[in-house]
Design a protein around this ligand. Structure first.
Ligand SMILES: [Fe+2]
Length: 166
């Protein structure tokens, strides 16, 4: 396998994982909300805002993947498969993390974990974008990364507030 193929595969893998995590984040908020775990004052609105941004990121990634399929000749079907698989894994992780009788703090802490995963993946994608010198990919990934860092900070803040107010 040439280096070129290798970096293309890495890009497909990481784009798929990022896309899957964005899909999983939205699903997680829906599930946690429906269980009434995000009902506390000051929590719901902020997390709904985060979910909306995850939806925007999903759309932005999908548009980006379409463009990269042309410019970098990456395989969008492979990316979709990885995304699907990642979403399933994230969903299983959430069930394991929450266990039988979850409370709000566990719900918020799981979201912190998920946001941490997103930050990590966009950091890695940013490094790959720099390596393959693709400005469009770099620009998009770095702008999403900044928002993900804010999501993580917000989740941590909510976790702290929730811990001292309950
Ligand atoms: Fe996020």
């Amino acid at each position: 396998m040439t280096d070129n193929n290798n970096s293309k595969q890495k890009l497909e893998q990481k784009l798929g994982e990022a896309l899957g995590l964005e899909m999983a984040a939205q699903k997680a908020v829906e599930e946690l909300s429906s269980k009434g775990l995000l009902d506390k004052r000051g929590i719901k609105g902020k997390i709904e805002g985060m979910k909306k941004e995850a939806g925007n990121h999903q759309t932005e990634l999908e548009e980006l993947i379409e463009k990269l399929a042309e410019s970098e000749n990456i395989d969008s079907e492979n990316i979709e498969e990885v995304a699907e698989e990642t979403q399933e894994k994230a969903s299983k992780m959430m069930q394991i993390y929450l266990g039988e009788d979850p409370d709000s703090s566990e719900a918020i802490e799981f979201l912190c974990l998920a946001e941490g995963g997103e930050v990590t993946h966009y950091e890695i994608l940013s490094a790959i974008a720099k390596d393959i010198k693709n400005k469009e990919l770099s620009g998009k990934v770095n702008s999403i990364l900044e928002e993900e860092k804010n999501h993580l900070q917000m989740c941590i803040q909510l976790g702290k507030e929730n811990a001292v107010s309950s």
